[in-house]
Ligand binder design. Structure first.
Ligand SMILES: [Zn+2]
Length: 332
């Protein structure tokens, strides 16, 4: 705005040359202003909150693009994130209408439209209804069509825990979960890269990561698949053994099963199956997400196995195989 005023208060032109220069200068200032506005506007859009938009969700927001390398092929979709207190699902856009149930804390649900002070949504459990805008936030995220091969995929790997958060301990307390998740994720990264994928680790050294920053990374990088690595623990030593694959969104149950079939085939530990798991890193993201518990830290026999390079290589092979299969299925 300041720049615009300057243009208007330019001194009166004397002669053709001066007129031409002033004109050029004004054009230049206008250009600067345009560039500034474009840059400023773009930076505001990565996780835009559209609460203030009146009525039906604006089609213009589909133009919103993220700043990653793949921005040209993405489509921006709108989602509703349920508040940290959860939300009540109503049959109508009215809190006196019948209550259909509650929607889980932090769940990201499908946005249909907005009616007055309510969002019309479909939940993870495929229930459709209305939640109050006071219990949810509308936002947009660029979503890509799932690639049909691992070579075109961006995979975000999260080595669970880190820094002050050591995770589970071995029975002798000499081994921390945060170190085993990191070494495993690094081996998996190498194998996925060798298969042609683009791989991003949410951390590649011993640092504390907030769960929020992990989910943000998976969305910023527009992960085609996000995998969080963990190792389990029980209250008492040597009480349980084996591997579990968790998903939060039912849409990704098939992805979980595809990966888990490979883990079952290739790993020497017992497979405990695929389960729904209410974990923040796989709940509060718009990207296809899984959480793997790859053995028990406080089971002496599991620990001996999971610390070996041979085991971590098998995990890597299972994930490469599973993802290769997943991507080849998707677009066919
Ligand atoms: Zn863990």
């Amino acid at each position: 705005m300041a720049k615009k005023k300057k243009i208007q208060s330019a001194p009166p032109k004397k002669g053709k040359l001066k007129k031409k220069r002033t004109f050029k200068f004004r054009k230049f200032l206008l250009f600067c202003l345009l560039v500034f506005l474009m840059v400023h506007y773009r930076s505001q859009l990565s996780a835009i909150i559209l609460d203030s938009l009146p009525g039906q969700f604006s089609q213009d927001s589909t133009q919103t693009k993220n700043t990653t390398a793949r921005q040209k092929t993405g489509e921006t979709k709108s989602f509703v994130k349920i508040s940290p207190q959860g939300a009540t699902l109503y049959a109508q856009a009215d809190d006196t209408s019948s209550q259909l149930g509650t929607v889980n804390v932090g769940e990201i649900v499908t946005f249909l439209d907005q009616v007055g002070d309510y969002y019309h949504i479909t939940t993870n459990h495929q229930s459709t209804g209305y939640v109050s805008k006071t219990q949810a936030t509308l936002f947009s995220q660029t979503i890509h069509a799932t690639p049909n091969s691992l070579k075109q995929a961006v995979i975000v790997l999260n080595p669970g825990h880190g820094g002050d958060d050591v995770g589970a301990l071995s029975n002798d307390e000499n081994y921390y979960e945060k170190d085993v998740t990191l070494s495993t994720a690094k081996v998996v990264k190498k194998a996925l890269e060798a298969a042609g994928a683009t791989v991003i680790l949410t951390r590649d050294f011993d640092e504390t990561e907030s769960l929020d920053s992990i989910t943000q990374k998976s969305m910023e990088e527009q992960a085609d698949v996000f995998i969080s690595f963990h190792f389990d623990s029980t209250d008492y030593a040597n009480m349980a053994s084996g591997v579990t694959t968790y998903y939060y969104y039912y849409t990704y149950q098939n992805l979980a099963e595809t990966i888990n079939d490979q883990l079952t085939d290739l790993l020497p530990l017992e497979n405990r199956g695929v389960e729904y798991g209410d974990f923040e890193v796989i709940r509060e993201t718009t990207q296809p997400s899984l959480l793997l518990e790859l053995g028990y830290m406080n089971n002496d026999s599991d620990l001996q196995t999971i610390l070996t390079t041979s085991y971590q290589n098998k995990v890597a092979k299972a994930i490469v195989n599973g993802l290769t299969q997943y991507f080849s299925q998707t677009n066919n």
